[in-house]
Design a protein around this ligand. Structure first.
Ligand code: ADP
Length: 305
C-alpha cells in the first residue's frame, strides 16, 4: 500500500492575538512534514500522523484538527491519563520566544508499548521521524523506538530522519550526539542541516556530513544549508548540489526544514531523481518561508483536486 507515516509530537500552540488574547492552534515539526506530504502525494496515498494523545477534550480537538487537515489518524494512540503538550509564544519587541509545557505529554509514551508501536508501523511504505521525536522519549523508549524502525526498515519500509536539533530537549550535548547517531543509523534517508551538524560533530564541509551519515548506514543524505546550496547524495546516483531559489525577504522561517523534507520525500516516493527531489524540496521551502506560520495552504490553492 502507498503510505506515508510521520511520527512525533504535535502540541497545542497559544499565540498572541489582539487585545491580550491568545489564539489556539496545533503544531509540530513532524506534523508539518506530514501536512506538506499530504498535499504533494496523490490522493490514493494514505498519509498518516502517528503519536499519542490523551482522552480529554483538547485531545479530541487535536484529532479532529489532524483529520480536518486531510491526514489519516490510524496511527493515533490514546493515553488513559496524560494529555497533549502545550507551548506559548510571547512577543517582545518583535522577537518571539517560546515557553513549553510538555514534560508529561502523552507523546512521550509513543514507544512504551512495543506491540502497539509495531502495529503502528506494520505495512507502511514510508516512515518519517525527527530528532525531536527521539529527544522527547525517555532513553529506554528511544532504543525501543529505533529498534522498531530498524525492523520496519528490514521489512522494506523506507525510513527517513530529519535531525532537527533541539539542545534543550536532550539532557546533554553527548546525549544529543549519541541520539542523533542512533536515529540516523536506522534511517535510509537522513536530512541534516549543516550549521547544526557543524556545531556538534567535527564536520568541516557538507560533504563530511554526508560521509559520516553514509558510514552510519544511510543510503541517501541531504545536507541543507540555509540559502546556500543543499548537498544531496545517494549510493548509486552520486552527489548533486542544488542552489535554493533566492528569496528577497524571509517572512517566517518556521517549517523551512519540515517542508523541505516533505518536498524531498514525496518526490522520491514517486520515483523522481535525486536532482528533481532536491529541487522540489528547495522550491517548496523557499515558498514556505515567504509565508507567515508553519503551514501555507495558499501554496496549494487552485490546484485541481
Ligand atoms: P532547517 O530549517 O532544517 O534548519 P535550513 O535553515 O538549512 O534547515 O533550511 C531548510 C531549507 O530551506 C534550505 O535547504 C533551503 O532550501 C530553504 N531556505 C532556508 N533559508 C533560505 C533562504 N534564506 N533563502 C532560500 N531558501 C532558504
Amino acid at each position: 500500500m502507498s503510505s506515508f507515516l510521520s511520527l512525533g509530537e504535535i502540541m497545542v500552540e497559544l499565540a498572541p492575538a489582539q487585545d491580550g488574547l491568545l489564539k489556539q492552534g496545533f503544531a509540530g515539526d513532524t506534523f508539518n512534514t506530514a501536512w506538506y506530504a499530504r498535499r504533494l502525494l496523490p490522493p490514493e496515498w494514505s498519509v498518516s500522523y502517528g503519536t499519542v494523545i490523551g482522552q480529554d477534550a483538547i485531545s479530541d480537538d487535536m484529532a479532529d484538527f489532524i483529520r480536518a487537515q486531510g491526514l489519516d489518524t490510524d496511527a493515533l494512540a490514546r493515553h488513559p491519563e496524560r494529555t497533549v503538550g502545550l507551548y506559548m509564544i510571547s512577543l517582545k519587541d518583535g522577537e518571539r520566544s517560546f515557553s513549553y509545557w510538555r514534560g508529561q505529554s502523552a507523546a512521550k509514551t509513543l514507544a512504551d508499548d512495543p506491540n502497539r508501536l509495531a502495529a503502528m508501523l506494520k505495512g507502511r511504505r514510508n516512515i518519517h521521524f525527527s530528532g525531536i521525536t527521539l529527544a522527547i522519549l525517555p532513553p529506554k523508549a528511544r532504543s525501543t523506538f529505533c529498534a522498531a524502525l530498524a525492523s520496519a526498515r528490514a521489512q522494506g519500509a523506507h525510513v527517513s530522519f530529519d535531525t532537527n536539533l533541539r539542545p534543550k530537549l536532550w539532557g546533554s550535548i553527548d546525549a544529543m550526539r549519541d541520539g542523533l547517531t542512533l536515529g540516523a543509523s536506522v534511517a535510509d534517508t537522513v536530512l541534516p542541516s549543516f550549521d547544526e551538524e557543524q556545531s556538534i560533530f567535527p564536520d568541516q564541509t557538507p560533504r563530511d556530513t554526508v560521509t559520516r551519515y553514509a558510514r552510519g548506514g544511510a543510503t541517501t543524505v541531504v545536507v541543507k544549508n540555509g540559502s546556500a546550496p543543499a548537498t544531496a547524495w545517494h549510493t548509486t546516483e552520486g552527489t548533486v548540489q542544488v542552489t535554493p531559489p533566492s528569496v528577497a525577504q524571509v517572512t517566517d522561517s518556521t517549517a523551512a526544514g519540515d517542508s523541505f523534507a516533505a518536498g524531498f520525500l514525496a518526490a522520491r516516493a514517486l520515483g523522481q531523481s535525486l536532482q528533481q527531489a532536491t529541487e522540489q524540496a528547495a522550491t517548496l521551502a523557499s515558498n514556505v518561508i515567504q509565508h507567515r506560520g508553519a503551514l501555507a495552504p495558499a501554496l496549494f490553492e487552485g490546484e485541481s483536486k
